[in-house]
Ligand binder design. Structure first.
Ligand code: 1HE
Length: 265
């Protein structure tokens, strides 16, 4: 994929102080992920300024993302298919294990590769228009963007199996309970409910100590896959690195002396 020319006009990056809003701008094609759009996505995340502490990703138009651009699949042989899938793994893993937390603002279709993109993000916000599907099963193909690894971690392999075998579509508030998203918002008249909530969360996250955010993004998923004994040790290392930052000491002092950032129920 490195030889692919990024379609830079199909991604917009809006920097608002310490957050970035990265938008898929291919609404006419329901933000279907062509090679050029994937390369542009990679380029956008690689080039976020260091002042950005959290990012939101959303899609132009009525749908977040219709998945892989199916018009490109017909030209590939098996070897090219492997490299193509591996390029998605690289791009989405660089989002999941990048420098900053990423919040997906989901509306309309979140299908196929769109769901794979959403599951590489750290937080997902959906609204009542959002629906999830994995049409690969009925198209005679398979997930290739990391879906078989990431989706079962959220909703279980049994639900993913059902979605792929039967074409089942999930929508509505139950999706948040099932694990597709952490937040369910009303779309509102301007249809920006999920986006507005995602921006609010990004601004909140950007206030955290960057090392704590980084430790959470990189530590929690890895500790979850370690034997408990290894996990405890990894946790101890991360805890000691995070607490040694001068900013952490200042934050704790501010609570002890002034009650700053008291937990509110
Ligand atoms: C596309 C794509 C696409 C739309 N690739 N062109 N993903 C899918 O199987 C989902 C296919 N898409 C849909 O089911 C529907 O388009 C939607 C439910 C998302 C939206 O429906 P709707 O009625 O709003 O839009 P539409 O009329 O179907 O599509 C508008 C245009 O976008 C149309 O092109 P046009 O030139 O006729 O205007 C569609 O052809 C085009 N379009 N989706 C290419 N996906 C790493 S492996 C990942 C594997 C997968 O992701 S497989 C799942 C692929």
């Amino acid at each position: 994929m490195s030889s692919v020319v990024p379609s830079l006009s199909e991604i917009s990056v809006d920097i608002q102080d310490d957050i970035a809003i990265v938008r898929l701008m291919r609404g006419k094609k329901r933000n279907a992920l062509s090679d050029g759009l994937m390369a542009a996505l990679e380029h956008a995340f690689e080039n976020l300024p260091s002042s950005v502490k959290a990012a939101v990703i959303d899609g132009e138009g009525d749908h977040f993302c219709a998945g892989l651009d199916l018009s490109e699949i017909k030209e590939r042989d098996a070897v090219q298919g492997v490299h193509h899938s591996r390029s998605w793994h690289r791009i989405l893993t660089n989002i999941e294990f990048g420098r900053i937390p990423v919040i997906a603002a989901l509306h309309g279709a979140v299908v196929g590769g769109g769901l794979e993109l959403a599951t590489s993000c750290h937080i997902r916000v959906m609204d009542e228009t959002t629906f999830y599907a994995l049409p690969e099963g009925s198209r005679g193909i398979f997930v290739g963007g990391g879906g078989s690894v990431r989706v079962p971690k959220l909703i279980g392999a049994h639900r993913m199996m059902d979605m792929m075998l039967t074409g089942r579509v999930y929508k509505g508030a139950e999706c948040a309970q099932l694990g597709f998203a952490q937040y369910f918002e009303s779309a509102g008249a301007d249809k920006k409910g999920a986006l507005n909530k995602a921006i609010e969360l990004a601004k909140r996250i950007a206030q955290n100590e960057p090392m704590t955010n980084y430790a959470l993004m990189h530590g929690l998923p890895r500790i979850a896959e370690q034997p408990a004994d290894h996990g405890f040790f990894t946790e101890a290392l991360l805890a000691s690195v995070a607490q040694s930052a001068p900013e952490a000491k200042a934050r704790i002092k501010a609570f002890l002396e002034h009650g700053k950032d008291k937990v509110k129920a």
